[in-house]
Design a protein around this ligand. Structure first.
Ligand SMILES: Nc1ncnc2c1ncn2[C@@H]1O[C@H](COP(=O)(O)OP(=O)(O)OP(=O)(O)O)[C@@H](O)[C@H]1O
Ligand SMILES: CC(=O)C(=O)O
Ligand SMILES: [K+]
Ligand SMILES: [Mg+2]
Length: 564
């Protein structure tokens, strides 16, 4: 009940919007502002006078600090609110991008999340990358989050005895063996990580490397060795994924019983907790239980639950149990690489669309991953088809796009990131200009009355933001929930999310349209607003007359105002 009362904003701070005919001349003439800003200042000028008690005061705690990175700051100063990118970008870090300078170049280029894949590299290597990202954040004000991606216990090849790749030619006979050996491997021999491999496969099965990049047929089994003939030649890469198919269907036998989180994964998870990563992405999720289990494991070890769990949707089982898995997780990834090895390729696009839609409905951030710009591993420009694929993911309004090999080991990581950024910006602008009909209804998701209030406030605020064409929504949030609820509505303007936690700030950086800032929040909404206005104005990120909607999760209120 108390919250229901608080939902009614205090009268002095909730200006009712006047009818257009009653508008008074602007109280804050803005001669030097771009025309759009000026017209907005005019349109709502009657409500633009700050309530008397909202006058700008010097910062009350003396710290006057607000954490924002130089790139966001420059973008806002130069291009204004409308041009900020809404789609977030995840970069897989690998040998091509692991130095401090390379990581900084990616952050400057728009990387919101750095992903390390525990399939590759040593623990020491991962530790260095994570620490360098943290240092970059501390020194330059970035909020780049770190995502640790588990190896999972699917079947994969060994590391090719240190070779970068091996070529399998048509008709060649190769041996796939479960023998563990430290000695150099005989020619055309590949080790396999799964002990049951030789028992599970049958003569006549198709063995697919990386979902069909190379294809073999099983011709003979000799103890732990499986002889295969290459039918589709190609390049074998270290630790490539292996699937086997019988009569046109993926074989799921004892290999289907492999645990989603292996013993090695648990050690990697302990490592991730001790290094303070922001997200753990779980490979080959099959059911919601494993996510629930991991979340309680983290909760028992981690103050304030500061790690979010992302379910990677890449197996047949994850698609079968999709809704339960997404409900249990803090977000999802459409991991199209392995997904395309587990279901027919022509089913991948509709699976992507389904996951993206469901995540938005359930208010979970979703990442579209793998092969977005695959050709840019080798070439400095993408194919037209790749640009169309990126556009499609942006049109689906996914929270984030991910680079894999393009940034981990490609020749043009920064160029690839630049393509994601410019295509996102262009398609987002197209969306705002064309306003395509959005077929999606957002169902009620709150499970408590106070959650319901927050949801209603955010839905209304997003509608108001679009109808009034405001410049930005400001949300003061302790938990980040209200920022997520606003992001879910995909409003036309950016959402400035102010939170006192650096960890929440980083995790909000995965979500569509949010520009997260760290600011020590007080319980007094007016003081928060005043400090924000003066700090952002002092840095030239907002100007007098900009029209904003302000929300707070402590006050449960909506205010519309011009920046004084
Ligand atoms: N830390 C690393 N060290 C060396 N190479 C890496 C590293 N991370 C990624 N790579 C290279 O980049 C490629 C693409 O990265 P990506 O993370 O998509 O891996 P993947 O092997 O396809 O597995 P996953 O299905 O988990 O994504 C890898 O196959 C590998 O060659
Ligand atoms: C990202 C990942 O794991 C995949 O696409 O398979
Ligand atoms: K992985
Ligand atoms: Mg995968």
């Amino acid at each position: 009940m108390a919250q229901a009362l608080r939902f009614l904003s205090p009268p002095a701070t909730s200006p009712t919007l006047p009818k257009l005919s009653t508008l008074a001349p602007p109280l804050f003439p803005l001669p030097s502002l771009p025309s759009r800003r000026r017209s907005l200042g005019l349109r709502v000028s009657a409500s633009s006078a700050p309530p008397p008690h909202l006058s700008i005061l010097p910062s009350d705690d003396g710290s006057a600090a607000i954490d924002v990175d130089a790139v966001t700051e420059a973008d806002l100063k130069e291009n204004g609110f409308r041009s900020t990118r809404r789609t977030k970008l995840v970069c897989t870090i690998g040998p091509a991008t692991c130095s401090a300078e390379q990581l900084e170049a990616l952050a400057v280029g728009g990387m919101n999340v750095a992903r390390v894949n525990m399939c590759h590299g040593t623990r020491e290597w991962h530790r260095q990358v994570i620490q360098q990202v943290r240092q970059l954040n501390e020194e330059k004000g970035f909020a780049v989050a770190v995502m640790m991606d588990t190896e999972g216990s699917e079947i994969h090849m060994g590391d090719l005895g240190g070779a970068a790749s091996a070529k399998a030619e048509d008709g060649e006979i190769w041996t796939f063996s479960v023998r563990a050996s430290n000695d150099p491997l005989p020619e055309r021999t590949i080790t396999v990580n799964y002990d049951g491999f030789a028992e599970d496969v049958r003569v006549g099965d198709d063995l697919l490397v990386d979902g069909g990049m190379v294809r073999f047929e099983v011709i003979e089994k000799i103890g732990p060795d499986v002889k295969c003939r290459c039918n589709d030649p190609g390049l074998l890469l270290p630790r490539a994924n292996l699937t086997f198919w019988r009569n046109g269907r993926l074989v799921q036998e004892r290999n289907a019983m492999l645990p989603t989180i292996s013993s090695k994964d648990w050690l990697d998870i302990d490592f991730a907790i001790s290094e303070g990563v922001d997200f753990i992405a779980v490979s080959f999720v099959k059911s919601a239980e494993v996510i629930t289990h991991l979340k309680s494991y983290i909760a028992a070890r981690c103050r304030d639950n500061e790690i979010s769990v992302i379910a990677k949707i890449e197996s047949v089982d994850s698609l079968r149990n999709l809704e339960d898995i997404i409900r249990a997780s803090d977000g999802a990834m459409v991991a199209r690489g392995d997904m395309g090895a587990q279901i027919p390729l022509e089913e991948v696009p509709s699976a992507q669309q389904k996951v993206v839609m469901l995540c938005r409905q359930l208010n979970k951030p979703v990442i579209v991953a793998s092969q977005l710009l695959e050709s840019m591993i080798e070439y400095p420009t993408p194919t037209r088809a790749e640009v169309a694929d990126v556009s499609e993911a942006v049109k689906q309004r996914a929270d984030a796009l991910m680079l894999s090999g393009e940034s981990a080991m490609g020749q043009y990581p920064e160029k690839a990131l630049n393509v994601l950024r410019s295509v996102s910006l262009r398609i987002e602008r197209w969306w705002r200009e064309e306003k395509p009909l959005e077929a999606m209804e957002l169902p009620d998701i709150a499970s408590s009355f106070s959650g319901k209030i927050s949801e209603e406030i955010c839905n209304s605020a997003a509608t108001m933001a679009n109808n009034l064409e405001v410049d930005a929504v400001f949300v003061f949030t302790r938990t980040g929930d209200m920022a997520s609820l606003l992001s879910r509505c995909r409003p036309d303007c950016p959402v400035f999310a102010f939170t006192s936690s650096t960890s929440i700030r980083r995790r909000l950086n995965l979500q569509w349209g949010l520009i997260p800032f760290r600011l020590s929040l007080s319980d007094d909404m007016e003081s928060n607003l005043n400090r924000t206005f003066s700090l952002l104005k002092a840095r030239g990120m907002i100007q007098s007359g900009d029209l904003i909607i302000a929300l707070s999760d402590t006050l449960q209120s909506i205010q519309v105002m011009n920046v004084p």
